[in-house]
Design a binder for this molecule. Structure first.
Ligand code: FES
Ligand code: FES
Length: 138
């Protein structure tokens, strides 16, 4: 199995690991295929993601995609962060081996779950729909 240099870099030196203090958006999701878990916490102010961190109990591809995903949403608006797909994260990492595509969905789902938590806390009546779209189901 071949990993890109960017995947190896983000796996061995992951960005934004940990938990955000004073987080007002927290989401945790599990990967149904492997049981791995990811937690994302964010500080959202004026609709902008000021800070974001992740913790992953998962494989290397899950760590690398979470790391890249946090970099991609940091400083973005909530709406822009919701547009981030696992495919875009994979592209930013120069791809993943096909059997690892499913791991990349964890970060997208966790970001969605955190933003849903933010909406719920703020009394905003919106439903986030993120995650596996059957792109690699087999
Ligand atoms: Fe579980 Fe990759 S094998 S997230
Ligand atoms: Fe779930 Fe591809 S991400 S089938």
């Amino acid at each position: 199995m071949m990993y890109s240099e960017k995947v190896l870099d983000h796996f061995s030196n992951p960005r934004n690991v940990g938990e955000v203090e004073n987080a007002n958006a927290v989401g945790q999701v599990g990967n149904a295929k492997c049981g791995d878990i990811m937690k994302i916490s964010m500080r959202i102010e004026d609709n902008i993601i000021k800070d974001v961190k992740f913790k992953t109990f998962g494989c290397g591809a899950a760590v690398a995609t979470s790391s890249m995903a946090t970099e991609l949403v940091k400083g973005k608006s909530v709406d822009d962060a919701l547009k981030l797909t696992n495919k875009a994260v994979m592209e930013a990492l120069d791809g993943l081996p096909p059997v690892k595509v499913h791991c990349s969905v964890l970060a997208e789902e966790a970001i969605g779950a955190a933003i849903q938590n933010y909406y719920d806390n703020a009394g905003i009546d919106k439903k986030v729909k993120k995650g596996c779209d059957g792109c690699c189901s087999s």
